[in-house]
Design a protein around this ligand. Structure first.
Ligand code: HH2
Length: 279
């Protein structure tokens, strides 16, 4: 299983990747405001590289349920200084977490390697064209509606079959638009238009969500589903279960783990991979 990102081809058959979350936002659900200052965000991101991050995912717009949309100029103001500073100091892979093609384009020009679009490249009509023009890696995620509406009574007849069919369809459409399939990673979108039961069903049937040989990305870090299972509103209680989920997800086929706390999740990933074997 490989993932091609520009001139790099990563072999993920036996070694998964840790994607460290860098939220340059005042309102993200778990770390809102802590890294809104670019200098602090860069410092935090470089520490993540030392701790074992393979990718840094830079986001300037919160996608938590009900979050206020951010204008293009503000999003650019948040993410570009961070991407430029990281690119000048590190070879680490950088992804831009955005729904806007203009922000993705500017981020790629500033040195980003991957576009992570929670709309699955359906939100902005210019996104697929941009992705076809450039040679970056892509993450296409499943979401119902948009962050304003997605948690309003999400309904599926069969969540696993429907998310699988969506991911399959996105892969087919993106490939038909001239994007090489080996550039694409797919993500079921935990918490995006899903109830707790939907999220648990998707985790229970994770192997069914892997489409062909495309890497599966999982983003469950500190998400509210953990608080709901534990009947806890304390964000600190979501730390250890996230690490358990990283090990579980890797064992059940995931290859890219999007997390806030890089070091313990990277250690769990390496431990589970030692058990799974391979080179
Ligand atoms: N989750 C969030 C944001 N971007 N991208 C992918 N591919 N998969 C995810 O599950 C995902 C994502 C939401 O989490 P976070 O960035 O921690 O919070 P916020 O959106 O409030 O900044």
């Amino acid at each position: 299983m490989t993932w091609r990102i520009g001139s790099r081809t990563l072999d993920l058959t036996h070694r998964g990747l840790i994607m460290g979350i860098v939220n340059v936002t005042p309102d993200s659900f778990s770390d809102g405001g802590r890294f809104a200052d670019p200098g602090r965000a860069v410092e935090h991101a470089l520490a993540m590289v030392t701790d074992g991050a393979d990718i840094l995912d830079i986001g300037g717009e919160s996608t938590r349920p009900g979050a206020e949309p951010v204008g293009e100029a503000e999003e650019l103001r948040r993410v570009l200084p961070v991407i430029r500073a990281l690119r000048s100091q590190s070879q680490v892979l950088i992804s831009i977490d955005t729904m806007k093609a203009s922000v993705a384009r500017a981020a790629l020009d500033a040195g980003a390697d991957i576009i992570n679009d929670v709309t699955g490249l359906r939100g902005d009509a210019a996104m697929v064209r941009l992705a076809a023009e450039r040679d970056c890696g892509l993450v296409a995620m499943h979401m119902i509606g948009d962050p304003q509406t997605m948690q309003t009574a999400p309904h599926y007849d069969d969540v696993v079959a429907e998310v699988r069919s969506y991911l399959n369809e996105r892969l087919r459409r993106l490939t038909a638009s001239g994007i090489a399939p080996e550039r694409i990673a797919l993500d079921p979108g935990f918490g995006f238009g899903k109830t707790l039961d939907h999220n648990l069903s998707l985790l229970r049937h994770l192997p069914q969500l892997a489409i062909g040989d495309r890497p599966l990305l999982i983003g469950v870090s500190r998400k509210s589903m953990i608080g709901k299972v534990l009947h806890s509103t304390d964000m600190a209680d979501r730390h250890w279960p996230t690490i358990a989920l990283t090990a579980y997800a890797r064992e059940h086929g995931a290859r890219i783990l999007r997390v806030h706390d890089v070091k313990p999740n990277a250690q769990a990933l390496r431990m589970i991979e030692a058990i799974l074997g391979g080179k």
